[in-house]
Structures are given as structure tokens and as C-alpha cells.
Design a binder for this molecule. Structure first.
Ligand SMILES: Nc1ncnc2c1ncn2[C@@H]1O[C@H](COP(=O)(O)OP(=O)(O)O)[C@@H](O)[C@H]1O
Ligand SMILES: [Mg+2]
Length: 258
């Protein structure tokens, strides 16, 4: 472990995850263009926009699963643009994937424990973390089942539990509620709030469920064609017809709500 990786840094309170003018092109096509945003601890920021807007690419850039063509990523005031994903993970940054890949032959509990162990927990701590998170995510009944046997909605929740098992300061959730039955969405909203309020983490939440986004987010950033086209409170975003045009398509904005 180098001088830059003292464990106590992981527990440094407060802090910010910051993207500064991040851009990423694929074969000359810009997927993310000059995007800047800040995520603080103790807040939930929504990231919305149509399919192909660049949301997942931005999460990949922030978490180190991809590298920007230009721009920087700062974590707790340090430039981490060249850091690997695992190193960022050890410094408090966690994510869920749009298409999650649990260890299918391991049990649900073991999946959470493995994530905790990977973040440096002792076996006893990992068991405690798994108990706590399986309860938070409503997965106690599935604890001993193989992850491969989970229904889709429960697999989404396992993805969130695995991310939280690393005790992150920041957790970036890429469509974690996609495929959740509508009836389970309020419960999921409570989980997101708990991550903010009880764990003190900053949450970046990507989702197409506008009711969920408006309900739980403190702020919202809107991407379209790789650019930030709006940012504000849920009320401000709700009121922004330009955003609605980009998000719903021109016709939806002008349609009579009959
Ligand atoms: N690995 C990749 N190679 C080439 N193009 C990509 C790659 N990843 C994303 N893109 C393109 O970048 C754009 C943004 O994609 P993405 O970030 O997945 O959007 P979103 O998550 O908002 O739906 C899309 O046009 C997509 O096709
Ligand atoms: Mg995506």
C-alpha cells in the first residue's frame, strides 16, 4: 500500500465527487461532452435523459471503468482521473451496473459478504454487514438461495446491497429500479433515502421512473446527446418544458392531456 493509500482516508468525513468538463468519444462520436457535476455526501442527485444520452458512459468515467477523452474526475479533492476502478472503490466510490452480474453460484448472503471482504472487512464484519444490508434491501428471505435463482427485482436489490457492502461515501446507481414491480418502488425509494440519511453517502441515481426521481432526489441533472441541458431542484426540472421536450419527445409536450 503506497503513501497515497492510507486506510484512514476512506473514513474522512464530508467530501465531494466532482466531474470537470468530462468528454468521451467513441470512434469520433461524442457520447459525453464537457459534462461537469458535483455529488456531495448526504444528498441524492438524479441523472436523467433519454436512452443514449450518455448516462452510463458518465458513470463509467466517474468510477474508472472507462477513461475520458478529456476532463478530470476528483474524489475528496484529489485528481483520480488515472486511478483504476478498484482503487477508486477502496477510496469510497461504489456503483451498481445497469446489467448486474452477481456470482450466480454463490448465495445471496455470500455475494454481499464477498463485496464486503473485497473492501477490507474481516469475515465477522462481512457477516454483520450482510445481515444489515439483506434486511435493509428486504432480501432476508433469499439469504441462502443461490443468486442465480433470484427474480429480476430481487437481483436489482442484490446489486445495491453489494455496492453498499463496501461502505461507500458515494454510490452511483445505474437504473437500479428498472424492472422493479411498481408496488416495490416506494420501498426502493426508502432504501435510497436510508443510504443518504443513515449511511451519509452521496447517491447518484439514474432512472427512467420520474415519480421515483422526483420523490427522492435533492437535485437533478439532465443529459441529452452527451450534454448537460438542465440542472436544478425537482420542482425546477418538472417545470422545465425544454427538458420535457428532450425527455418525452416533442409530441408529448404539446399533446392534449385528454
Ligand atoms: N463502448 C462503447 N462503444 C461505442 N459506443 C458506445 C459505447 N458505450 C456507449 N456508446 C455510445 O455512447 C452513447 C451514450 O451511451 P450510454 O452512455 O449508454 O447512454 P445512456 O446510458 O444514457 O442510455 C450512445 O450513442 C452509445 O451507443
Ligand atoms: Mg445507460
Amino acid at each position: 500500500m503506497g503513501a497515497e493509500e492510507q486506510p484512514q482516508e476512506r473514513r474522512r468525513p464530508g467530501g465531494t465527487l466532482r466531474a470537470a468538463a468530462l468528454s468521451r468519444s467513441f470512434d469520433g462520436v461524442a457520447a459525453v461532452r464537457e459534462v461537469s457535476l458535483e455529488l456531495h455526501r448526504h444528498e441524492v442527485v438524479g441523472l436523467i435523459g433519454p436512452n443514449g444520452a450518455g448516462k452510463s458512459t458518465l458513470v463509467n468515467l466517474l468510477t474508472g471503468f472507462d477513461r475520458p477523452s478529456s476532463g478530470t474526475v476528483e474524489l475528496q479533492g484529489r485528481d483520480v482521473t488515472r486511478w483504476s476502478a478498484s482503487r477508486r472503490g477502496r477510496h469510497g466510490l461504489a456503483r451498481t451496473f445497469q446489467h448486474s452480474h452477481p456470482f450466480r453460484s454463490l448465495s445471496v448472503r455470500e455475494n454481499v459478504e464477498v463485496a464486503a471482504l473485497g473492501a477490507g472487512a474481516s469475515p465477522a464484519e462481512a457477516r454483520g454487514t450482510a445481515d444489515e444490508l439483506l434486511e435493509l434491501l428486504g432480501l432476508e428471505g433469499d439469504a441462502e438461495a443461490p443468486a442465480a435463482s433470484l427474480a429480476h427485482g430481487h437481483e436489482r436489490r442484490l446489486g445495491v446491497a453489494r455496492a453498499l457492502a463496501t461502505r461507500p461515501s458515494f454510490v452511483l446507481m445505474d437504473e437500479p429500479a428498472a424492472g422493479l414491480p411498481e408496488a416495490e418502488v416506494p420501498e426502493f425509494a426508502a432504501v435510497v433515502r436510508s443510504v443518504r440519511d443513515d449511511h451519509g453517502a452521496g447517491v447518484l441515481l439514474i432512472d427512467h421512473n420520474m415519480a421515483l426521481i422526483m420523490d427522492v432526489c435533492d437535485r437533478i441533472e439532465v443529459l441529452d446527446q452527451g450534454r448537460t441541458i438542465a440542472a436544478g431542484t425537482p420542482a425546477e426540472i418538472q417545470a422545465n418544458l425544454d427538458v420535457a421536450a428532450a425527455y418525452l419527445g416533442e409530441s408529448a409536450v404539446h399533446e392534449d392531456p385528454s
